[in-house]
Design a protein around this ligand. Structure first.
Ligand code: S3P
Length: 194
């Protein structure tokens, strides 16, 4: 994939693999593993659809007044998941009245309670998928430090564990070997927006 999938805080191609064709005018929630391009595709999709973009990790950092890295370091994963669920609930309550493109962190949709809340909300959930070796390569190329990525073996095992959870999203888009704009176009197409 061309190197536009960096997670920086700071014309449709081939048809996507879709499980369901759905209608528009709802918020779009992007889920998937680390390196899936949720943030970069989300930003491209938001430009395309003329909707505001939000990254749930940014909301967590603002609410907790700490970086994701600090939360993991000071309080551990369980506390991070609590903060993540709280931020998600707050965000979903807002999506009742505003429409946005949202990128979730890689573990958010894996938590059954979070997935249930998203399932009940009137939003489109989209799983951005890629071969795990490509996800690993993208993460290794990025300057972002991810607490849940320790070594390649652990990364591959975590991906395998989580993949079935991501498959519960309404739509799956394969991103392997594609650039960001192509993936954003495929997401829009799969939602019936283009
Ligand atoms: C996490 C992924 C991160 C971030 C946190 C936990 C995970 O987001 O939410 O470090 O559990 O996979 P990205 O998927 O955007 O890297």
């Amino acid at each position: 994939m061309q190197n536009r999938f960096r997670k920086s805080r700071t014309g449709p191609g081939s048809r996507p693999v879709v499980r369901k064709r759905v209608s528009a005018l709802r918020s779009v929630i992007l889920v998937g593993f680390m390196g899936a391009g949720k943030t970069t595709v989300g930003q491209a999709l938001s430009r395309r659809l003329g909707l505001p973009f939000e990254d749930l990790d940014d909301r967590i950092e603002q609410r907790e007044r700490k970086t994701i890295k600090q939360i993991f370091r000071d309080s551990g994963e369980a506390e991070f998941r609590r903060a993540e669920s709280a931020a998600l609930q707050e965000l979903l309550s807002e999506l009742g009245s505003v429409t946005r493109v949202v990128a979730l962190g890689g573990g958010a949709f894996v938590q059954a309670g979070n997935a249930a809340l998203i399932g009940e909300a009137k939003v489109h959930s989209v799983f951005l998928d890629a071969p795990v070796e490509e996800l690993l390569r993208r993460c290794e190329e990025e300057p972002v430090e991810r607490p849940m990525r320790r070594d390649p073996k652990q990364f591959r095992e975590l991906y395998e564990t989580r993949r079935q959870s991501y498959m519960k999203a309404m739509v799956r888009i394969e991103t392997g070997g594609k650039d960001v704009e192509t993936v954003a176009a495929e997401v829009a197409w799969s939602l019936g927006l283009e």
